[in-house]
Design a protein around this ligand. Structure first.
Ligand SMILES: [Zn+2]
Length: 279
C-alpha cells in the first residue's frame, strides 16, 4: 500500500478517519450519560432540534465552514465537538505512527478513543459509564487472547493471564487507595468508576503500565485540584480525565518512565527477595 499511496496521503487518511472516530465519540459523550441510543435518531442541534445534514457533520471541516454555529438557529456549537475531533484525529495518527497500522495499533486507537469519551463524560457528569469501563474490560481480556503481542508474548494463554493480572492490579491499587481515603476522610473519596476504568486499562496494557499511570495521575491532577480547591471552593474533582491522561502517557512512554523512576527495579528486587525461590 505504501508503494502505491504516498506516505503523506496515508497520514491524512488516518487523520480524517480519526476525526470520524472523534465525531462518533461526541455522540457517545452527549448520549451515554443521558441514556439515549447511540444509533437513533440522527444528530440534531441540541438548541433548535433541527436534524444535522451529513455535509454539516463532517469532522472539523464543517465546524470551520459554519464558523462554529448551527446553520439553522445560529446557536454556538459546543467547543467540545471540534476539540474531541481534533484530539482523536491527532492521537489516532500518533498511536498508528508509534505502534504501526496493524491490529496492535488499532487496538490502542480503540483504547485511547475509550479514554477520550470517558474523560469528557466524567468532566461534565462525574460518572464513567459501565458500558465503556466494564465493556472495555471484557474486550481487553478477549483482545489480549486474540492478540498476545499486546502483552509482549505470542502465547495466547500467557497473554490472557497477564491481562487478568493487569486488570486485578489496575483495579486493585485504586480500590485500596479509595478504601484508605474513605477511612482517612470518612467519606467516599474515589469513585467506583475510576476503579473499573483502571481495571479496564490494566487488562489491555498490563500491570506495569497501569501501575505507572496510577503513580503519575496524582501529579497531573495536583495543579487543577488546587485550582478547584482555591478558586471554586470545591473538593470534588473528576479523576477520570487525569487517569486517562496518565494512561496515554504510560502507553507512549511507560517503559522509559518505569526505568528512570526506578519503580521497575524496586519491584524486581522485591520479587527476588520475597518471591518464590525457584524464580
Ligand atoms: Zn440549531
Amino acid at each position: 500500500m505504501i508503494d502505491v499511496v504516498p506516505q503523506g496521503a496515508l497520514w491524512l487518511f488516518w487523520f480524517a478517519l480519526g476525526g470520524c472516530i472523534g465525531s462518533f465519540l461526541n455522540v457517545c459523550i452527549y448520549r451515554m450519560p443521558r441514556e439515549e441510543s447511540l444509533i437513533r435518531p440522527r444528530s440534531r442541534c441540541p438548541h433548535c432540534r433541527h436534524p444535522i445534514a451529513w455535509h454539516d457533520n463532517i469532522p472539523l471541516f464543517s465546524w470551520a465552514a459554519l464558523r462554529g454555529r448551527c446553520r439553522h438557529c445560529g446557536a454556538p456549537i459546543h467547543w467540545r465537538y471540534p476539540v474531541v475531533e481534533l484530539l482523536t484525529a491527532s492521537l489516532t495518527v500518533a498511536v498508528l505512527h508509534r505502534f504501526g497500522a496493524g491490529p496492535l495499533g488499532w487496538a490502542y486507537v480503540a483504547f485511547v478513543a475509550a479514554l477520550i469519551a470517558v474523560s469528557f463524560i466524567d468532566l461534565e457528569f462525574q460518572i464513567i459509564p459501565d458500558e465503556i469501563s466494564l465493556g472495555g474490560l471484557a474486550l481487553g481480556v478477549l483482545l489480549s487472547a486474540l492478540l498476545p503481542a499486546l502483552h509482549g508474548t505470542d502465547a495466547r494463554l500467557i497473554a490472557a493471564g497477564r491481562s487478568v493480572l493487569g486488570l486485578l492490579v489496575g483495579g486493585g491499587v485504586l480500590y485500596l487507595t479509595g478504601l484508605a481515603g474513605d477511612l482517612i476522610f470518612r467519606k467516599e473519596s474515589m469513585g467506583g468508576g475510576d476503579v473499573k476504568l483502571m481495571a479496564m486499562a490494566g487488562s489491555l496494557l498490563g500491570w506495569k503500565a497501569a501501575l505507572t499511570a496510577f503513580f503519575l495521575a496524582p501529579f497531573l491532577a495536583l495543579l487543577p485540584g488546587l485550582y478547584v480547591l482555591f478558586f471554586k471552593r470545591s473538593h470534588v474533582i473528576p479523576y477520570g480525565p487525569f487517569l486517562s491522561l496518565a494512561l496515554v502517557v504510560s502507553l507512549f512512554f511507560g517503559t522509559d518512565l518505569l526505568r528512570t523512576s526506578g519503580v521497575e527495579e524496586t519491584v524486581k528486587l522485591m520479587w527476588e527477595y520475597y518471591g518464590p525461590v525457584s524464580q
